[in-house]
Design a protein around this ligand. Structure first.
Ligand SMILES: *Cc1c(COP(=O)(O)O)cnc(C)c1O
Length: 479
């Protein structure tokens, strides 16, 4: 029986406490559709996190039980904010197992890399990328994008790893609908955010390919070095999918790195409804996507994939003496994550992703994604049929953007404020969680459905709440 300084003094009571918490966690997941979607953290609970630094032992488990109702709410079927996955109960099991192993998956020869390699192989297959490509499991698309852009930078500029780059040398391209993490990657890598050219979109919010070509040739004329073009497979605002084949062919003829941000959208390759519009992902030099969004793996886990293993590896491999590998023993193994990304110590995220894919199989995950797309189409119809709701963008995938417009001749600023207040009240009353965004400078109520628990009835409750609260506000308030 282990008697380390920090091990339980009494294993039987530890076991009993752990089982109790397991039951509470399962109960939490089992009842996610009951009660409020989101509740603010009560002051009594906030106060418990203003305590003095603990000097002596105490039992944290009661407070852990107390926090269970005060998460983001994204396990609930009426959570529609931003792009959050809903997770599954089974994530509890793999997290328990990986916590008990306390694996450091930065490298070496143990089961961690064995599982991760399997997951990466499956992902290359799902995305239609070369079998001998490579990748890395990371915390999310933001980090995945930084890794991908670094590889793009290093394959373009000889010695950039040692000598850095000349400021203003490299430029990249992405649409005005793309996610802010791309700009952030340019910042982090020292390319500068101005080096990311923002390409206008067509009426469907997809990158305009003619403008892209013009910007590239203008930059060449001015002496810049075009580096990459980033396509979006599922834009965060309203779900647009860029013409990925079109981008791929421009990238090819212009000799640019082709990266795809498929944070949530790439998962659509598992289903039938968006599959064909996403198949251009197979031509990407790199792809960033999340497991914790439409794949429904519990937070957090994302992935970056590369067409070419050597190019990926060349951008990160450079181990210090104390990290040298060996032919045999624990320092062996042919997949050291540290050769493929900036992290050395890292947890066993691969296990929960592997378990999730194994448990459900890709067919069921694809069906669930298609059901979400159909729900978004259902909501689109409901919005069309309501006189007081106005759609602000098409619904190519799983996101609806619309707003409440009363017959009162309100100007845009007042409509923005009204719709913002509707969204806040729906959240505060615990009915649902929509978020907001701007579409053509108008504030939209934004409904994102990456939630395997959502039913049509949940969308009916949402629409009714928007109409009721909208009318309540227009009656009671001086607008
Ligand atoms: C969520 C999202 C990101 C960022 O991913 P994280 O996992 O939150 O780091 C990037 N791009 C798009 C389109 C997204 O939806």
């Amino acid at each position: 029986m282990s008697k380390g300084d920090l091990d339980p003094k009494n294993w039987d009571s530890f076991r009993a406490e752990a089982h109790k918490m397991l039951d509470k966690s399962i109960d939490k997941m089992k009842s996610v559709n009951e009660g409020r979607v989101w509740s603010p953290v009560p002051n009594t609970l906030r106060d418990k996190f203003k305590a003095n630094l603990p000097i002596n032992e105490s039992n944290p488990n009661e407070i852990i039980s107390d926090i269970l109702p005060y998460g983001v709410g994204n396990t609930h079927p009426r959570f529609f904010g931003w792009v959050h996955g809903a997770g599954t109960p089974s994530g509890i099991i793999s997290d328990i197992a990986s916590a008990s192993m306390n694996v450091n998956a930065g490298g070496r020869d143990h089961v961690g890399p064995v599982v991760e390699k399997q997951v990466l192989k499956w992902c290359l297959e799902i995305m239609g990328m070369p079998k001998d490509g490579s990748g890395l499991i990371v915390s999310g698309t933001s980090i995945a994008t930084i890794i991908a852009m670094k590889v793009a930078r290093d394959q373009k500029i000889k010695n950039s790893r040692k000598k850095g780059i000349i400021q203003g040398q490299l430029v990249g391209y992405t649409s005005e609908q793309s996610h802010s993490c791309i700009k952030q990657a340019f910042d982090v890598l020292g390319l500068g955010t101005e080096a990311l050219r923002v390409v206008p979109c067509n009426d469907n919010f997809e990158i305009d390919l003619d403008s892209l070509k013009k910007l590239i040739s203008k930059d060449r004329e001015m002496g810049f070095t075009p580096l990459c073009v980033v396509g979006t497979a599922g834009a965060v605002n309203m779900g647009a999918i860029d013409d990925l084949e079109g981008i791929a062919s421009i990238a090819k003829s212009e000799n640019l790195w082709f990266h795809v941000d498929g944070a949530f959208g790439a998962a659509g390759l598992l289903g039938k409804l968006a599959h064909d519009r996403l198949s251009g992902i197979s031509q990407a030099d790199s792809l960033a996507f999340d497991f914790h969004k439409w794949f429904q793996v519990n937070y957090e886990a994302g992935c970056v994939l590369f067409k070419d293993n050597m190019t990926h590896r060349a951008s990160f491999s450079d181990r210090a003496e104390y990290l040298r590998g060996s032919e045999r023993g624990l320092a062996g193994g042919d997949f050291w994550a540290v050769d493929y990304g900036p992290e050395l110590s890292r947890g066993f995220r691969a296990l929960k992703v592997w378990a999730h894919l194994k448990e459900h199989g890709v067919e069921a995950l694809g069906n669930s994604i298609d059901r979400n797309i159909r729900l978004a189409q259902y909501l689109e119809k409901r919005v069309k049929n309501e006189d007081l709701l106005v759609s602000l963008a098409p619904t190519p995938l799983n996101i609806n953007c619309f707003r409440f417009v009363p017959n009162l001749n309100l100007d845009d600023a007042k409509l923005d404020a009204l719709n913002e207040e509707i969204v806040i009240l729906i959240q505060e009353r615990g009915i649902a969680v929509p978020s907001t965004t701007k579409i053509n400078n108008q504030l939209a109520i934004r409904i994102n459905i990456t939630n395997h628990r959502t039913q049509e009835s949940d969308l009916d409750i949402l629409v009714q709440a928007i109409l009721d609260i909208g009318q309540e506000l227009t009656k009671n308030k001086t607008l």
